[in-house]
Design a protein around this ligand. Structure first.
Ligand code: SAM
Length: 248
């Protein structure tokens, strides 16, 4: 298994739990509203949530009328929270690496993933497995860290400001060198995988997907009120990439 299970690290888990405890974060204010806009109608449909974390989206799918939902996560700690906070008879949580999904017997109408695919090593092969698991007419909808954010070795990118503290530009590097990145996020050695925008699109197309929508979200008024500087920073470069693709 190439993928790391960093969310079971005690220090990392604590830091992430704190980040998500309020709604003044990039997930709630920027990524979640944008990905929700692209959700297809899932009434009476089956949904697979990859890297489901606390299962909050799984519960949302049930509320939207999903027939059944499978939530997969590599982290036992994240799934313990999911079982406590987001349980429902229509939801099944599975503790496994999402790259092993080819073992699943069921097919799905929607494969969804929020901010987890940048932890996957071989995206080309993973895209093929996802395509096989979808019913014809089904959708893949996912968000990930934007390739401009995953690019720089060691996560050593930064914003440049003028003498008054205004954001001017973003310095990054290593864009055309896809592969593993070791970064610091609460702890040293958090492993993510950088892929160029073209690598992601080409992997999806080679697997057979038709690209429906590509979104690089920009903050709305609510987000700009909640998070200082979010608009200034996001106007320089996007933090997230969201893709909706279809199996015809
Ligand atoms: C940033 S969290 C997002 C959680 C949830 N999707 C949300 O939006 O609230 C990423 C999640 O992906 C899970 N994850 C990372 N790599 C994984 C893998 N290879 N297989 C399954 N889950 C994985 C982590 O354990 C974590 O729960």
């Amino acid at each position: 298994m190439a993928e790391q299970n960093i969310f079971d690290n005690e220090t990392f888990f604590g830091g992430y739990r704190e980040l998500r405890a309020t709604d003044a974060n990039y997930n709630e204010q920027l990524e979640q509203p944008a990905i929700a806009e692209l959700l297809p109608n899932i009434y009476g449909k089956s949904v697979l949530d990859l890297g489901c974390g606390y299962g909050h989206n799984c519960i949302d799918f049930v509320k939207r009328g999903a027939l059944n939902v499978v939530g997969i996560d590599i982290s036992k700690k994240m799934l313990e929270v999911a079982e406590k906070e987001s349980s429902d008879e229509k939801i099944t949580y599975l503790n496994m690496n999402m790259t092993d999904i080819s073992i699943l017997a069921q097919k799905f109408d929607l494969i969804y993933s929020s901010l987890a695919f940048h932890y996957v090593d071989d995206f080309a092969s993973f895209a093929k497995d996802m395509y096989s698991l979808l019913n014809p007419g089904g959708y893949l909808l996912f968000s990930q860290e934007h390739p401009l954010v995953t690019a720089t070795y060691g996560g050593n990118h930064h914003y440049n400001k003028d003498e008054k503290g205004n954001y001017l530009s973003f310095t990054f590097s290593n864009y055309n060198e896809p592969g593993k990145r070791d970064t610091f996020w609460y702890v040293d050695g958090v492993e993510k995988y950088h892929r160029r925008f073209s690598d992601i699109i080409n992997a999806l197309c080679s697997a057979g997907f038709i690209i429906d929508t590509v979104c690089e979200p920009v903050p709305d008024t609510k987000a700009t009120e909640k998070i200082p500087n979010i608009l200034a920073k996001e106007q320089i470069k996007p933090s997230f990439l969201i893709i909706k693709a279809k199996k015809v």
